[in-house]
Structures are given as C-alpha cells and as structure tokens.
Design a binder for this molecule. Structure first.
Ligand SMILES: [Zn+2]
Length: 284
C-alpha cells in the first residue's frame, strides 16, 4: 500500500509535492503579485490547525509584493511586512476564479481587480500561517530545514558531510527535511534510480561519485516535473483552473513488476512505512 491509498492508483492519488507547490506558487503569482487583497473570507475556523488569529484583518487591504516557495510551503509576501504561508497537506489546491465556491473552499481571497482565489482542501491536512516576513528564517518549521534541492546549498559536499557515518538507508535520510528541504517519496525514488544508488544503502557508504550523480539527478526530476506542470499554468486563467497533479513519466515509481529501461523488473519494498520502487540491476 502506498501512503494509505489503494494499491492500483499510485498516480491518481498523489499528494502535492514540491513541483506542484512550485507550479501553484507560479500560477498564483500571475494573479496576485502587485494586487491589493480586497476581501478575505474564512469559511471555517481551521484546517489541520486553526487559521491564525487576525488573518482576515492582516490581509484585507494589503498589497501582495511577491510569492515564493520554501520546501513544500507557499509564501505570499505583503507590503505590511507579513507573509501568509500555506501548506497543501494531502489534498490542498488553489482554485483560481472558480465558477462557484464549493464546500471545501475554506479560504477565499478576492483581489482589488475582482479576481477570486479559493484554497480548497477536502481532507484538511493543509495549513495557513501568518509570520512576520523578517522572521521567516527563524520560524520553527523553516529553521530546521536543510538546503533547497533547487538552490545552491544542495551539493555533493553537503550530502557527504550530512551522511558521514550514518547507517540509516540513504532513501530515508533524503526524506528527512533537515537533510534536503521538500523532497518527497516519488522524487527520492526517481533520483536514486537515475543516479544508480540502492535505496537501502547505508547513507554513509554512498561514494562521493554517487553523491555527485545524485545531486543533479534530484534537480532533474524536480525540474522536469515543474516543466510538465508549467503547461498546466495556462489552466489557471480559466474559470475552473485548478492545481494539476503531474503524472510524469516515472521510471520506477508505481511500476512494480514492469520492466526497467535495462530490462530487469522494477521492485518494491516498504521503508519507513513508505513504498520504495527500485531496480536491483541498475542500482548498486
Ligand atoms: Zn534497471
């Protein structure tokens, strides 16, 4: 079983991962950057936890300066020195100019030019926080994060020192947000396959050559997914625009029993409660 979902629907039931958040942020930026927030409506009191006290007052009338992403969090910066941080949890998505507000549209923003954005989250594992922009680096959820996988901080040298002496399997350490920020199960499986590293190898025993293959492999799988999602940004302009989930062409993820490019069957096992897909012939 994968993340508690039915075995047959690996692709259909994906959670929002870093590429989806990045694409969401880019899509929202097109609508929000430079815009004043004219109206904020909360249609319930909480998601995973209560909406911040004073959220409506803090955002109403504020102008959005820029949007950003940190790990799997989206950041909406305002000219009041505060930032609204959202996490999409398991089922969250932003709906841009929905034709009608739905049951699970828990937070609704209306811009000064009359555009409507709804944060929809049926399972409510997502979250919204309000943080002073100059305090973001020390916000607890961010202070503990490792380098961004698409930023300059992720290098073979970083992984080498972070992995030194660690007997934990490399796949599990890569999922540790303190090692690398925002990496999810799919991307770790795919990056390890591309860099020919066994997922159950002790992290401290991955060679420097392996780490030098791993870093670009991580960037590639993420960048390709973001590029695939870029084509869905167009949909944001449409009335029912929603976050898409990118069924990229995974090489191993969700392909147990199918042939790897090398011809050997893709295998699956459970590591730390999550499915790991890999090829015993390609990954050493
Ligand atoms: Zn293979």
């Amino acid at each position: 079983m994968l993340e508690g979902e039915a075995q047959t629907s690996y692709i259909a039931r994906l959670m929002p991962e870093l590429p989806e958040v990045e694409t969401t942020v880019r899509g929202l930026a097109r609508v929000l950057e430079g815009e004043r927030i004219a109206r904020v409506a909360l249609n319930r009191a909480d998601l995973r936890r209560p909406f911040p006290l004073g959220l409506v007052q803090a955002l109403t009338g504020a102008r959005v300066t820029t949007l950003d992403r940190r790990a799997k969090y989206g950041l909406i910066h305002t000219d009041r020195g505060t930032t609204m941080i959202f996490h999409l949890g398991m089922s969250g998505r932003w709906r841009i100019e929905p034709s009608a507000i739905e049951k699970h549209d828990h937070l609704v923003l209306e811009t000064g030019s009359g555009r409507v954005l709804a944060l929809n989250d049926a399972r409510r594992f997502g979250s919204v926080d309000l943080v002073d922009t100059d305090q973001l680096d020390t916000w607890p959820a961010f202070a503990a994060l490792g380098p961004e996988p698409l930023g300059d901080g992720l290098t073979a040298a970083h992984l080498r020192s972070a992995f030194a002496g660690r007997i934990t399997p490399v796949k599990q350490l890569l999922l540790d947000q303190g090692m690398v920020a925002g990496l999810g199960n799919i991307y770790v499986c795919e990056a390890l396959h591309r860099s020919h590293i066994r997922p159950d190898k002790e992290a401290g025993k991955v060679s420097l050559a392996g780490l030098k293959r791993l870093v670009p492999a991580i960037r590639e799988v993420l960048t390709e997914s973001i590029a695939a999602g870029g084509s869905t940004i167009r949909d944001y302009a449409q009335p029912s625009g929603e976050l898409g989930y990118f069924a990229s062409a995974w090489q191993v993820y969700g392909r147990e029993g199918e042939a790897c490019a090398c011809g050997a069957p893709v295998k699956r096992f459970v590591q730390g409660g999550r499915s790991t897909f890999w090829c015993a012939k390609c990954q050493k």
